[in-house]
Ligand binder design. Structure first.
Ligand code: SF4
Length: 504
């Protein structure tokens, strides 16, 4: 067997960027994105300073999270161990970009598909070396067959003190660095200084820790920019599916409490609301694809290990149960609703909660790995379901408006406990940076005013007081709207802060 990796010799590298340019030329890589680049860092104080180079690229991980999350098998393992890709299969979901802990993948603006270093496998097939290896003037880049103990580069790796990037991610990277300054491989230990970089402008696409952060030991003087991939559409999708799941969960609860005969409030309105919000969820998901016309590849070229595929199946099954519920509601069959109540409740929970597993496959985003995400999503669905019923209560008589307000209050209080637990917990260094960005940095205002104020404090106070003083439907509806708007702000902070931690 052949199992290819790279040996990158930082002692030999002179930082000439010939590898970057050769790669761009070989693969027609557009401006603004890179398959490989040379990062510069500087250590020490003037006049005793040193500059260190490290070549960045895909690590062709033995346990590659990008392959696992790719919903359409566009990323795959080649026979020689290389992680290769097929542009023709890519739907541009960008999941791989959040799964990779190394910033190795970019969206090619010319094709709107995910690209990265593929070891020049078309050249390997013809017995040639990758273009970066050929062009390097100091032999700082070597191909290693890691399964061949007699391979020259493999023997250097075996006997030298080599390092890999982010070994704690357990992806088993196959790019080995010799003679590298460790700070070069840990993006939390270097920062772009206030006066910027050499060779490149600093932009807001250069995620970096603050120069005075704890643990920073050097300055980054050259690196590349990386796009934040999941933004408002993903934050919005989390809310729209929470509403769809929540309203059906409350309807199922009503049936189980013996209100199956309430035709409009239990049998008809909830599946209509869920159907509308599920449709918006689907539109947001498809619109977020860089290749939206290929969305059916989720079925025709499905990777069953990907939670993007499993999530699509959950949403489809939930939509089918909602449709059956609507038919049962229209014909007034409380018996059919009783049969559907348990599957509707289970699929509502799955619809709300599967994103915890999808985000869990995004191994580059430590904030999203929290075990609190699943209960938070379920609590948010309770909030959203209670909110939807509270708003609908302005126009129709529900069977149990007080129970609805308790569902809303339980969701809000449960979410509050989980959010406080999340920001108080001690996680990895990446989690702590992300929580700081969310609560004290760039997203602090929308977190505290939107997520906490509108999403938690206002609805808790209004519903709590309303239940105590019997305020009725109007204040409960206002509280519900506030809770859902605030939920969007919280989700947006969580989604963006998770991606704000530099990975390279
Ligand atoms: Fe390459 Fe990143 Fe995939 Fe590892 S996870 S194989 S570094 S793209």
């Amino acid at each position: 067997m052949t199992r290819l990796g790279f040996l990158l010799d930082s002692d030999s590298c002179i930082g000439c960027h010939a590898c970057t340019v050769a790669c761009k030329s070989e693969h027609d890589v557009p401006l603004g994105v890179n398959r490989t680049w040379v990062k510069y860092i500087e250590t020490g104080e003037f006049p005793n300073v040193s500059r260190h180079f490290s070549v960045m690229r895909c690590n062709h991980c033995d346990d590659a999270p990008c392959i696992t999350i790719c919903p359409t098998n566009a990323l795959f393992r080649a026979d020689n161990g290389v992680v290769d890709f097929d542009d023709g299969n890519c739907i541009g979901c960008k999941g791989c970009m959040n799964a990779c802990p190394y910033d190795a993948i970019y969206i090619n603006p010319a094709t709107n598909t995910a690209n990265k270093c593929n070891f020049c496998n078309h050249r390997i097939d013809q017995g040639l070396e990758p273009s970066c290896v050929v062009v390097c003037p100091t032999h700082a880049i070597k191909v290693a067959d890691l399964d061949d103990p007699d391979d020259a580069a493999t023997r250097i790796i075996a006997r030298s003190d080599t390092a890999v990037r982010a070994p704690q991610q357990n992806t088993l990277p196959k790019v080995y660095y010799r003679g590298v300054d460790q700070a070069s491989l840990d993006p939390l230990r270097t920062a772009i200084a206030g006066d910027g970089m050499i060779w490149a402008d600093t932009t807001d696409r250069h995620p970096t820790v603050a120069p005075d952060s704890h643990g920073v030991v050097a300055r980054t003087t050259y690196t590349t920019a990386h796009e934040m991939t999941w933004k408002a559409k993903v934050s919005s999708y989390l809310v729209t599916k929470a509403v769809a799941a929540g309203v059906m969960a409350v309807a199922a609860l009503m049936v189980l409490l013996g209100h199956g005969g309430a035709q409009a409030a239990v049998g008809v309105v909830p599946p209509v609301v869920a159907g509308v919000f599920l449709a918006v969820t689907g539109i947001l998901l498809v619109a977020d694809l860089r290749q939206p016309r290929r969305f059916l590849y989720l079925i025709t070229r499905a990777n069953p290990r990907s939670w993007l595929v499993k999530g699509a199946a959950v949403l489809g099954a939930f939509a089918a149960v909602c449709a059956a519920w609507f038919v049962a509601g229209v014909v007034g069959s409380s018996g059919a609703l009783a049969v559907l109540a348990a599957p509707a409740a289970v699929l509502a929970a799955a619809t709300a909660g599967y994103t915890a597993f999808l985000f869990g496959q995004c191994e580059g985003r430590d904030l999203w790995q929290t075990p609190l995400l699943l209960p938070t999503l379920l609590a948010q669905a309770s909030t959203a379901g209670g909110a939807a019923y509270a708003v609908a209560g302005l126009a129709m008589d529900g069977p149990d408006p007080v129970a609805v307000q308790w569902v809303l209050l339980a969701g809000v209080l449960g979410t509050a406990v989980l959010v406080v637990s999340e920001i108080m917990s001690r996680g990895t260094a990446h989690v702590e940076v992300a929580v700081a960005v969310m609560t004290r940095g760039r997203y602090a205002r929308r977190f505290w005013a939107g997520g906490v104020g509108l999403g938690l404090v206002v609805p808790a106070v209004v519903v709590g007081a309303g239940l105590a003083a019997d305020w009725g439907a109007g204040p409960a509806a206002v509280a519900g709207i506030s809770a859902v708007v605030g939920m969007w702000f919280y989700e947006d902070c969580f989604v963006r802060a998770g991606q704000s931690v530099p990975l390279s």
